[in-house]
Design a protein. Structure first.
Length: 185
């Protein structure tokens, strides 16, 4: 989030986006009208719908394509690595905990989760389309979608910052999903 993005940030974000990393560039601009009112303009610059049409890419050799594929495999998400290695048995209970670095209404989200124990409990499923089943509604969810739903339910508004969902889910030994997936190739 910024008022403007320079070419280095934009090019880096495009590279990360092409590499399969969920990254967004969001521009916030504050204007003052002639009447003294303040107006906030918010626009998402990346990803742009149909951005593929506008991107210029160098010709790829077989070795470049192989290196790109190998790099993509190394960057598999935490969920993908956990499922690939069957690192967590199906049905394992996990706890949803608001990370300390979350700035948006952290106390309100924690209070909402604490009101009903089923809100802060999920069970692991080795299914990339729905890796956790939320005890509160007994439905499978993607990590990011569930955290977005929890923030909206607890605060009455959507998330205001990028969410790193694997940091919100903890195993009984205290490790986050990210920490459990980190050593897995």
């Amino acid at each position: 989030m910024a008022a403007d993005f320079g070419p280095v940030v934009t090019n880096t974000a495009l590279f990360l986006y092409e590499s399969g990393i969920d990254v967004r560039l969001v521009r916030y601009q504050l204007y003052r009208t002639a009447g003294g009112e303040q107006v906030l303009s918010v626009s998402q610059l990346l990803p742009v719908p149909d951005a593929e049409q506008f991107m210029i890419r160098p010709r790829s050799s077989v070795s470049t394509q192989a290196a790109t594929q190998a790099a993509t495999e190394r960057r598999a998400s935490a969920v993908q690595r956990l499922i690939l290695h069957q690192a967590i048995p199906d049905g394992t209970a996990l706890t949803i905990q608001v990370p300390d670095l979350v700035g948006q209404d952290r106390d309100a989200i924690r209070a909402w989760l604490d009101e009903d124990q089923s809100r802060s409990t999920v069970h692991w499923r080795n299914d990339v389309k729905g890796p956790v089943e939320w005890a509160y509604d007994a439905q499978p969810h993607r990590l990011i979608e569930l955290i977005r739903h929890i923030i909206d339910a607890a605060t009455g508004q959507p998330e205001k910052a990028q969410i790193w969902a694997p940091a919100w889910f903890r195993l009984t030994d205290g490790r986050t999903l990210h920490q459990a997936a980190e050593p897995l190739s």
